[in-house]
Design a protein around this ligand. Sequence first.
Ligand SMILES: [Zn+2]
Length: 76
Amino acid sequence: MSCRKYRPKSELFRIMKTGEGILIDPDRHHFGRSAYLCRNQACVACEEKRRNLSKIFGMPVTSDLVRKLKEVLHAE
Ligand SMILES: [Zn+2]
C-alpha cells in the first residue's frame, strides 16, 4: 500500500488480479493475487500517479480501474 500506514481492512480497498482482470473488492469465490489500497481520495490519487499496483500485479492498472475506485469513494 502506497502510504505505508497501518489501517484496518475496512479502510482499505482489496484489489485482486484474476483471470477476469483486476477486480475491486472481489467476492470470496475469486482467487488471485491481491493487494490493498487505502480507501481514501489521497491514496487513490497517489496510485493514479505512481501506479504501484502495476508493479505488484505485473500488468497495467488502467485509468478505467482508477475511475472505478473514485466512483466507489464517491458512493460511500
Ligand atoms: Zn494509503
